[in-house]
Design a protein around this ligand. Structure first.
Ligand code: FAD
Length: 1001
């Protein structure tokens, strides 16, 4: 074939179609026949593809299968998964569903389900150990194909798992080195245009080399990953092996690229050319990445390989971006990904001197285009390679091998259980609506359609449907994988430090008042640092503040709901503007690690905007008019509200309670927790800056025990919104109930009072997820969230495995100052809290069994740090099981069965949050019904409720009132009034504006 210029896109396209058709025609002769085993596999996949609901259930079943140890549980899960889609199943499958677990047929089905899943898994996974893999590689070699080995594994969540992952790669390099050396030379796969190629080739994921692969902390992550990767690279150099770094989720990409480039610039690796990285064409910014890799490789003066793929995490990227409110990083139309793939292929072929192309695809159009592009770029067949996945598109691989191309097979190996996640990904890929392989099986898709230029396809393509999201959009969390955001946060921390020691006044009726007595608010990560010095209100100031609020009430009440809502929007705007500054203060004053601190600000913004929108909704009232009668239902403020806030969500909860009171027309006395008075002072500054009239919000920092009784007891107070401990909350409730003859209303109390929250881990749970979820829920913000998990209740079947992994994962958490980005576990709030938590730990060491007692590193001894503690052998009646600890102490219970698990979980006076990890639909339904908690979370952590999406609040002893961030919350701050007017005068009735339904005869 005459070569075509790479710039002549239409000629390239024509040549691509031609090449594609030729390949296709040859492939048709290779389609499997009925006599081959893989025909059955293909049929099975085709059957699954036919109905989306069956497909989902089938893949879920495959996913859970390795965890099912008994025939009964296999049958139970089969039933639960397929019952809903029963009518879509073939008759034989319906019959099977009716089988009794104990009956012969039941046992036979269980065995057959396992065998089938194992067989399909073996199609995609080369083996479970090195010996088996070596045999598989011999096969590939005989077929003339090269390989790259990938170790499948559980998600890495502890240092020892990361060590084990590294060790497996080292053992591949050492163990297979001699084996591959025995193979006779094969000029096609052992030689490139630049020399002899390594036979041994591995692909690895950087996130698996670190328990805490964290885009928030690139420096720390680099150190840890590099420490594990260097030995791999060293051995690879010694044994002449190739190391490819796979690409994972978008959030990891900047860090993966950075680690790869930094490490390869180190002297000992700078001349290493047997390394490669992946570029994902579905990412909108992939061309930019490819170009900067090119510039980097030129500068390094040693080439690398680039594997061009489309990307394996498409669904995840869309869901994750939508969930975070971040821009979607991937193309949403398949033809755009394909088009970009071709564009990047061209660029790669042009840049082959520095970036050796490895085109990884099973799409015949993409492959044909790559072959034509390589020829047009004048490349020798040996100067690039084609890559495919083990078990996918095997016929294509064989055909291209026959045609003299170097074809490398990405060959995963490892245990079946961890391999299931991989298997399900491959199954999804094979059966996705947009998959080329799927289309190639569909009989009604012609070769012309299959070979169509993606840009052409785009002309006829229907735009993807808009993604449906709730009307209220949560404020996106800061994406710390973006370097600029990390820099801004660090700068904000530095600036906040410069401001340390600043003095803050009380603000009463718009007047700043300085007291002689002060609250010195310190940094719990380093108490010698004074974050700010805040005037300390007395009971007299409390009286003044209440008077000021009372005085401002009449004017503020008359301000329209619309106008009040606008004030909240201005506050939200200011919080956005000061976003990093506020987050920095939260990290410094209350010891919240970066991500939690940032989430606190985002939640404060959400509260303002959500309550503003809610007030607009409620502010219109409700009309029920009849001829001659007008009825108007509307709300009035209660009066003066006292807001008593905690330090653990120092901005979010204070803003939430205050903004709810304000927007509903109440005036407020804002009493922050002593430990977070500086953050509150900054919030007060914002209220003033946006022009909220004097006296509408009064700022009264002070000692709770001193000003509290006046605030709660004053006859001029109508409402108390409190979040904090149960003891204080109940005290406030009792005091508020004690009416004074001067009072005009019975005080209304809204109180959030903590929890003793449990997560149940079922014996079919995905332990990767369960361990990570429990870890985060128990030790996030050092266990100081009222939603935190303090009890994990684990079914007997997985108890040991769960506990072992949890302990190792908890050991791997980095304990340190909250303002350092690499910190997972910051300090507890103050000395008193530290002592109290330590008393619980002492008690646990006497009464229970301490399974893990992590100590903070000696370098961080100055802060109020307590390492994560895991306690076992806890009885339901023990203090550890019943009292809120508010620290990083988790009790783990063993439950014999689900009845016991639910009974343990519900054995609490609290009912705030609760959760369950399970893959049994029936057990999840049971959790919905039976868990006694205000917020129930299934298959995810139990902290991090989002305004509107997860309105938050508990019952029993956890709270009085309805949920914050939910549709009922504002109602608590108002009194409903109904006005009825008789509009008939002397028999004359004005017309009713909007009639309801027509009256009957
Ligand atoms: C050897 C090898 C190594 C690989 N290594 C990696 C790796 O390190 N990291 C990685 O992420 N992936 C990797 N993959 C997987 C790869 O990214 C693709 O998922 C897979 O190859 C399918 O692409 P295709 O060209 O074969 O098939 P096609 O059917 O042509 O393409 C399917 C792909 O198109 C994209 N897509 C699907 N729907 C849409 C849509 N609506 N809008 C936009 N795009 C869409 C997705 O990326 C999907 O996987 C590798 C694949 C191979 C063969």
């Amino acid at each position: 074939m005459a070569t075509t210029s790479l710039d002549d896109t239409s000629a390239i396209d024509e040549a691509t179609r031609q090449r594609g058709r030729q390949l296709w025609n040859r492939l048709q002769r290779r389609r499997p026949t009925l006599l081959e085993r893989r025909w059955w596999d293909d049929q099975l996949l085709e059957w699954a593809m036919a109905d989306e609901s069956v497909k989902v259930q089938m893949f879920r079943f495959v996913d859970v299968l390795p965890m099912l140890r008994t025939t009964e549980s296999v049958i139970q899960h089969l039933r639960e998964y397929f019952e809903e889609v029963r009518r879509h199943l073939p008759w034989a499958a319906r019959l099977a569903l009716s089988a009794e677990p104990g009956a012969m047929i039941g046992r036979a089905i269980a065995v057959s389900a396992r065998n089938n899943a194992t067989r399909i898994a073996r199609r995609f996974i080369a083996g479970t150990d090195l010996a088996e893999v070596a045999r598989g590689l011999d096969h590939l070699r005989r077929d003339g194909q090269a390989f790259t080995l990938d170790v499948l594994g559980e998600a890495v969540i502890s240092d020892c798992e990361a060590d084990a992952y590294q060790a497996r790669y080292l053992s591949i390099l050492n163990g297979l080195n001699e084996h591959v050396a025995t193979w006779p030379h094969d000029a096609v796969i052992d030689q490139s245009d630049q020399g002899i190629l390594p036979r041994l080739n591995i692909s690895l994921k950087l996130s698996a080399l670190d328990a805490r692969f964290s885009p928030v902390d690139p420096e720390g992550t680099f150190e840890r990953v590099a420490a594990r990767l260097r030995p791999i690279l060293r051995i690879a150099q010694q044994v002449h092996a190739f190391v490819n770094i796979d690409m994972e989720q978008f959030a990891y990409k900047p860090l993966v690229l950075e680690i790869f480039q930094r490490l390869l610039m180190e002297r000992e690796f700078r001349s290493m050319s047997d390394v490669g990285i992946v570029i994902q064409a579905y990412l909108k910014d992939s061309e930019q990445d490819l170009r900067s890799l090119l510039a980097w490789a030129e500068n390094r003066k040693t080439p690398i390989s680039v594997r061009l793929v489309k990307g394996a995490y498409w669904d995840y990227e869309v869901v994750a971006a939508v969930s975070h409110g971040w821009p979607i990083p991937v193309y949403r139309e398949k033809w755009r990904t394909d088009e970009n793939f071709e564009r990047l292929t061209t660029l790669l072929m042009r840049s082959a001197r520095w970036l050796r192309p490895a085109i990884a695809s099973h799409n015949l159009r993409s492959i044909a285009h790559a072959l034509v592009a390589a020829e047009s770029a004048g490349l020798d067949q040996r100067s690039f390679e084609l890559q495919m996945l083990y078990g996918m598109g095997g016929d294509q691989a064989a055909l291209l091998t026959e045609q003299g191309y170097r074809v490398r097979i990405y060959t995963p190996f490892g245990e079946l259980i961890p391999g299931m996640a991989y298997l399900v990904r491959r199954l999804l890929e094979n059966t996705s609506n947009d998959s080329f392989l799927r289309h190639s099986y569909e009989r009604d898709v012609s070769i012309d359609e299959l070979m169509m230029n993606p840009t052409e396809q785009g002309k006829n393509a229907v735009a993807p449907p808009p993604i449906v999201v709730p009307e209220f959009q949560n404020e996106p969390l800061t994406d710390f994988s973006i370097a600029e955001n990390r820099d801004r946060m660090q700068e904000a921390i530095d600036e906040a430090r410069e401001d340390f020691g600043r003095e803050y006044s009380l603000i009463i009726g718009g007047r700043a008042i300085d007291t002689t007595r002060k609250i010195k608010s310190v940094n719990p990560s380093n108490p010698s640092e004074i974050v700010g010095v805040v005037s300390c209100g007395t009971p007299d100031h409390a009286t003044d503040a209440i008077d000021a609020a009372r005085y401002a009430l009449s004017e503020w009440t008359r301000t329209s709901p619309e106008h009040r809502a606008e004030y909240l929007e201005l506050v939200a705007g200011e919080l956005k503007h000061r976003r990093f500054r506020m987050a920095a203060l939260i990290a410094l004053e209350t010891g919240k690690p970066w991500v939690d601190a940032d989430a606190d600000v985002a939640e404060a913004i959400d509260f303002c905007l959500y309550y503003a929108a809610e007030m607009r909704r409620l502010g219109t009232g409700r009309e029920v008019d009849l001829p001659g009668e007008e009825n108007h239902y509307s709300y009035r403020p209660r009066g003066v509200a006292v807001v008593i806030a905690p330090w653990n969500f120092p901005l979010a909860i204070l803003t939430g309670m205050t903004s709810a009171a304000l927007v509903t027309g109440n005036t407020v006395v804002m009493k922050p927790a002593e430990q977070s008075s500086v953050i509150a002072a900054h919030l007060m500054e914002i209220f003033r800056d946006v022009g909220i009239p004097d006296g509408v919000v009064n700022f009264l920092p002070g000692i709770g025990e001193e000003v509290g009784p006046e605030l709660v007891g004053s006859p001029l107070v109508d409402l108390i919104a409190f979040t904090g401990s149960q003891e204080v909350g109940l005290g406030i409730n009792a005091a508020a109930a004690d009416t004074d003859p001067r009072q005009h209303s019975v005080k209304h109390v809204v109180a959030e009072m903590g929890g003793k929250n449990a997560i149940i881990v079922d014996d079919d749970a995905d332990l990767d997820e369960a361990v990570a979820g429990v870890l985060q829920s128990a030790f996030g913000y050092a266990g100081q969230k009222c939603s935190a998990c303090s009890r994990a209740i684990v079914l007997d079947g997985v108890y040991d495995a769960f506990l072992e992994r949890l302990i190792e994962a908890a050991k791997s958490l980095r304990i340190g100052p909250a303002d350092e980005p690499g910190t997972d576990l910051g300090p507890v709030i103050d000395e008193e809290a530290k002592n109290r938590i330590q008393r619980f730990i002492e008690l646990a060491s006497e009464v229970n069994q301490i399974a893990l007692a992590s100590e903070p590193p000696s370098s961080s001894k100055k802060g109020y740090l307590i390492g994560p503690h895991i306690v076992t052998q806890v009885r339901p009646e023990d203090r550890l099981a019943t009292e809120e600890i508010f620290g990083p102490v988790l009790s783990v219970f063993r439950a014999r069965n689900l009845d016991e698990a639910f009974s343990l979980a519900n054995n609490s006076r609290y009912a705030l949050t609760g959760g369950m990890y399970s893959r049994s639909p029936e057990n999840l339904r049971r959790a919905r019904r039976e868990l006694i908690a205000g917020n129930i979370y299934l298959n995810r952590g139990i902290t991090g409720a989002l305004v509107n999406r997860q309105p938050f609040g508990g019952f029993r002893m956890s709270g009085i009132g309805t949920k914050a961030g939910g549709p009922d919350y504002l109602l608590q701050f108002m009194i409903p009034i109904n006005v009825t007017e008789n509009t008939m005068r002397r028999g004359f009735v004005p017309p009713v504006e909007e009639a309801g339904q027509e009256a009957g005869e």
